[in-house]
Design a binder for this molecule. Structure first.
Ligand code: DX5
Ligand code: ZN
Length: 223
Protein backbone atom coordinates (compact mmCIF):
# COMPACT_ATOMS: atom_id res chain seq x y z
CA UNK A 1 0.00 0.00 0.00
CA UNK A 2 1.54 3.28 -1.09
CA UNK A 3 -1.21 5.85 -1.04
CA UNK A 4 -0.43 9.57 -1.08
CA UNK A 5 -1.15 11.30 2.20
CA UNK A 6 -3.36 14.34 1.74
CA UNK A 7 -4.39 17.09 4.14
CA UNK A 8 -7.90 18.46 3.64
CA UNK A 9 -8.75 21.49 5.80
CA UNK A 10 -12.46 21.62 6.65
CA UNK A 11 -13.73 25.17 6.13
CA UNK A 12 -16.46 24.58 8.72
CA UNK A 13 -13.98 25.97 11.26
CA UNK A 14 -12.85 28.89 9.09
CA UNK A 15 -13.77 32.53 9.69
CA UNK A 16 -16.71 32.88 7.31
CA UNK A 17 -16.32 36.64 7.16
CA UNK A 18 -12.93 35.99 5.51
CA UNK A 19 -13.66 32.75 3.71
CA UNK A 20 -11.70 33.47 0.53
CA UNK A 21 -8.60 34.53 2.45
CA UNK A 22 -8.90 31.55 4.79
CA UNK A 23 -9.00 29.12 1.86
CA UNK A 24 -6.05 30.81 0.21
CA UNK A 25 -4.11 30.71 3.46
CA UNK A 26 -4.39 26.93 3.81
CA UNK A 27 -3.84 26.42 0.08
CA UNK A 28 -0.54 28.29 0.16
CA UNK A 29 0.41 26.43 3.33
CA UNK A 30 0.25 23.20 1.30
CA UNK A 31 -3.27 21.75 1.63
CA UNK A 32 -4.01 19.11 -1.02
CA UNK A 33 -7.78 19.62 -1.06
CA UNK A 34 -10.52 21.66 0.60
CA UNK A 35 -13.23 19.88 2.58
CA UNK A 36 -16.69 21.47 2.55
CA UNK A 37 -19.28 20.28 5.08
CA UNK A 38 -22.88 20.53 3.90
CA UNK A 39 -25.43 20.01 6.70
CA UNK A 40 -29.21 20.18 6.47
CA UNK A 41 -30.56 20.27 10.02
CA UNK A 42 -32.22 16.90 9.37
CA UNK A 43 -29.61 14.18 8.94
CA UNK A 44 -27.46 16.15 11.37
CA UNK A 45 -28.59 18.76 13.89
CA UNK A 46 -26.71 21.65 12.31
CA UNK A 47 -27.31 23.75 9.16
CA UNK A 48 -24.27 25.01 7.30
CA UNK A 49 -23.67 25.69 3.62
CA UNK A 50 -24.79 24.76 0.12
CA UNK A 51 -23.80 25.07 -3.56
CA UNK A 52 -23.42 28.88 -3.32
CA UNK A 53 -20.48 28.51 -0.95
CA UNK A 54 -18.93 25.78 -3.10
CA UNK A 55 -19.18 28.11 -6.09
CA UNK A 56 -17.59 30.96 -4.11
CA UNK A 57 -14.69 28.76 -2.94
CA UNK A 58 -14.22 27.47 -6.50
CA UNK A 59 -13.46 31.04 -7.55
CA UNK A 60 -10.55 31.42 -5.13
CA UNK A 61 -8.69 28.12 -5.53
CA UNK A 62 -7.84 25.42 -8.06
CA UNK A 63 -7.54 22.75 -5.34
CA UNK A 64 -9.93 19.80 -5.49
CA UNK A 65 -13.14 20.55 -3.57
CA UNK A 66 -14.20 17.59 -1.50
CA UNK A 67 -17.87 18.10 -0.63
CA UNK A 68 -19.22 16.09 2.32
CA UNK A 69 -23.01 15.86 2.08
CA UNK A 70 -24.56 15.35 5.51
CA UNK A 71 -28.05 15.71 4.10
CA UNK A 72 -31.09 13.53 3.50
CA UNK A 73 -32.00 12.81 -0.12
CA UNK A 74 -28.61 13.91 -1.43
CA UNK A 75 -29.58 12.71 -4.92
CA UNK A 76 -31.75 15.83 -5.31
CA UNK A 77 -28.75 18.14 -5.02
CA UNK A 78 -25.90 16.33 -6.78
CA UNK A 79 -26.22 18.24 -10.04
CA UNK A 80 -26.25 21.60 -8.24
CA UNK A 81 -23.02 20.78 -6.43
CA UNK A 82 -21.42 19.54 -9.64
CA UNK A 83 -22.46 22.76 -11.36
CA UNK A 84 -20.97 24.76 -8.47
CA UNK A 85 -17.54 23.20 -9.08
CA UNK A 86 -17.26 20.27 -6.68
CA UNK A 87 -14.53 17.73 -7.47
CA UNK A 88 -15.81 14.92 -5.27
CA UNK A 89 -19.20 14.31 -3.68
CA UNK A 90 -19.39 12.11 -0.60
CA UNK A 91 -22.79 10.89 0.56
CA UNK A 92 -23.62 9.12 3.79
CA UNK A 93 -24.44 5.43 3.54
CA UNK A 94 -27.08 6.06 6.24
CA UNK A 95 -29.00 8.50 4.00
CA UNK A 96 -29.05 6.44 0.80
CA UNK A 97 -31.48 3.52 0.46
CA UNK A 98 -30.36 3.27 -3.18
CA UNK A 99 -26.69 3.91 -2.63
CA UNK A 100 -25.59 2.14 -5.79
CA UNK A 101 -27.80 4.42 -7.90
CA UNK A 102 -26.69 7.56 -6.04
CA UNK A 103 -23.02 6.73 -6.58
CA UNK A 104 -23.72 6.05 -10.24
CA UNK A 105 -25.35 9.49 -10.49
CA UNK A 106 -22.24 11.13 -9.04
CA UNK A 107 -20.02 9.27 -11.50
CA UNK A 108 -22.30 10.19 -14.39
CA UNK A 109 -21.77 13.82 -13.44
CA UNK A 110 -18.06 13.22 -13.97
CA UNK A 111 -17.14 13.58 -10.31
CA UNK A 112 -15.35 11.38 -7.81
CA UNK A 113 -17.78 9.44 -5.65
CA UNK A 114 -17.43 8.93 -1.92
CA UNK A 115 -19.28 7.11 0.84
CA UNK A 116 -19.15 8.24 4.46
CA UNK A 117 -19.98 5.97 7.38
CA UNK A 118 -21.06 7.11 10.83
CA UNK A 119 -19.34 5.72 13.92
CA UNK A 120 -22.06 3.09 14.46
CA UNK A 121 -22.00 1.80 10.87
CA UNK A 122 -19.81 -1.29 10.43
CA UNK A 123 -17.12 -1.41 7.75
CA UNK A 124 -18.73 -4.57 6.38
CA UNK A 125 -21.66 -2.50 5.07
CA UNK A 126 -19.30 -1.28 2.36
CA UNK A 127 -18.54 -4.69 0.94
CA UNK A 128 -20.93 -4.67 -2.03
CA UNK A 129 -20.31 -1.06 -2.96
CA UNK A 130 -16.53 -0.62 -2.76
CA UNK A 131 -16.06 -1.12 -6.50
CA UNK A 132 -18.16 2.04 -7.05
CA UNK A 133 -16.23 4.46 -4.86
CA UNK A 134 -13.17 6.66 -5.07
CA UNK A 135 -13.36 7.67 -1.42
CA UNK A 136 -14.40 6.02 1.84
CA UNK A 137 -14.87 8.54 4.63
CA UNK A 138 -14.69 7.03 8.09
CA UNK A 139 -16.34 9.41 10.54
CA UNK A 140 -14.28 9.63 13.69
CA UNK A 141 -16.96 11.77 15.42
CA UNK A 142 -20.72 11.82 15.11
CA UNK A 143 -21.21 14.30 12.28
CA UNK A 144 -22.77 17.70 12.86
CA UNK A 145 -20.19 19.92 14.48
CA UNK A 146 -16.53 20.83 14.35
CA UNK A 147 -14.32 20.64 17.41
CA UNK A 148 -15.47 17.26 18.75
CA UNK A 149 -13.26 14.60 20.26
CA UNK A 150 -11.78 11.84 18.09
CA UNK A 151 -13.44 8.48 18.82
CA UNK A 152 -10.45 6.15 19.19
CA UNK A 153 -12.67 3.06 18.82
CA UNK A 154 -12.81 3.91 15.10
CA UNK A 155 -9.18 2.91 14.58
CA UNK A 156 -9.94 -0.82 14.10
CA UNK A 157 -12.63 0.18 11.60
CA UNK A 158 -10.11 2.21 9.58
CA UNK A 159 -7.89 -0.88 9.58
CA UNK A 160 -10.79 -3.05 8.39
CA UNK A 161 -11.63 -0.61 5.58
CA UNK A 162 -8.00 -0.50 4.47
CA UNK A 163 -7.95 -4.27 4.32
CA UNK A 164 -11.19 -4.39 2.31
CA UNK A 165 -9.96 -1.75 -0.13
CA UNK A 166 -6.81 -3.77 -0.82
CA UNK A 167 -5.05 -2.60 -3.98
CA UNK A 168 -7.93 -0.49 -5.30
CA UNK A 169 -7.05 3.19 -5.75
CA UNK A 170 -9.51 4.32 -3.06
CA UNK A 171 -8.80 7.19 -0.69
CA UNK A 172 -9.62 6.52 2.95
CA UNK A 173 -10.49 9.74 4.76
CA UNK A 174 -10.87 10.34 8.45
CA UNK A 175 -13.08 13.17 9.61
CA UNK A 176 -13.52 14.50 13.13
CA UNK A 177 -11.08 15.33 15.90
CA UNK A 178 -8.00 15.03 13.68
CA UNK A 179 -4.98 16.88 15.09
CA UNK A 180 -1.23 16.35 15.41
CA UNK A 181 -1.81 13.54 17.92
CA UNK A 182 -4.64 11.64 16.24
CA UNK A 183 -3.45 12.12 12.63
CA UNK A 184 -0.53 9.63 12.95
CA UNK A 185 -2.84 7.11 14.65
CA UNK A 186 -5.28 7.33 11.75
CA UNK A 187 -2.46 7.08 9.18
CA UNK A 188 -1.02 4.07 10.93
CA UNK A 189 -4.43 2.39 10.81
CA UNK A 190 -4.57 2.92 7.05
CA UNK A 191 -6.19 6.31 6.38
CA UNK A 192 -4.54 8.58 3.81
CA UNK A 193 -6.75 11.70 3.77
CA UNK A 194 -6.66 13.78 6.94
CA UNK A 195 -9.64 16.10 7.28
CA UNK A 196 -9.22 18.69 9.99
CA UNK A 197 -11.22 21.78 10.92
CA UNK A 198 -10.44 23.15 14.34
CA UNK A 199 -6.83 21.90 14.42
CA UNK A 200 -6.09 23.88 11.25
CA UNK A 201 -8.28 26.98 11.26
CA UNK A 202 -8.31 27.73 14.98
CA UNK A 203 -4.51 27.79 15.24
CA UNK A 204 -2.12 30.08 13.35
CA UNK A 205 0.35 27.25 12.80
CA UNK A 206 -2.36 24.59 12.37
CA UNK A 207 -1.26 23.38 8.93
CA UNK A 208 2.36 23.21 10.03
CA UNK A 209 1.46 21.14 13.10
CA UNK A 210 -0.39 18.52 11.04
CA UNK A 211 2.34 18.54 8.37
CA UNK A 212 4.94 18.00 11.10
CA UNK A 213 2.98 15.03 12.44
CA UNK A 214 2.71 13.55 8.93
CA UNK A 215 6.44 14.01 8.42
CA UNK A 216 7.20 12.31 11.71
CA UNK A 217 4.90 9.42 10.78
CA UNK A 218 6.66 9.07 7.41
CA UNK A 219 10.07 8.99 9.07
CA UNK A 220 8.92 6.37 11.57
CA UNK A 221 7.90 4.16 8.65
CA UNK A 222 11.29 4.29 6.96
CA UNK A 223 13.37 3.49 10.04
C1 DX5 B 1 -18.11 17.02 11.26
C2 DX5 B 1 -17.56 17.44 9.91
C3 DX5 B 1 -16.11 17.64 9.93
C4 DX5 B 1 -15.66 18.77 10.83
C5 DX5 B 1 -14.35 18.35 11.42
O1 DX5 B 1 -19.44 16.69 11.15
O2 DX5 B 1 -17.87 16.47 8.92
O3 DX5 B 1 -15.57 17.80 8.62
O4 DX5 B 1 -15.47 19.99 10.19
O5 DX5 B 1 -13.97 19.32 12.35
P1 DX5 B 1 -12.87 19.03 13.45
O6 DX5 B 1 -11.60 18.73 12.74
O7 DX5 B 1 -12.83 20.32 14.21
O8 DX5 B 1 -13.35 17.87 14.28
ZN1 ZN C 1 -16.77 16.57 6.97
Amino acid sequence: MNQTIKIAPSVLSADFAQLGAEVQRVASAGAQQIHIDVMDGRFVPNITMGPLIVEAIRRVTDLPLDVHLMIVEPEKHLAAFAEAGATALTVHLETCPHLHRTLQQIRDLGLQAGVAINPHTPATHLSEILHMVDIVLVMTVNPGFGGQQFIAEMLPKIRAVRQMVGVRPVDIGVDGGIDATTAPQALKAGANVLIAGNAIFKHVDGMAAIQGAVEQYRRSRTI
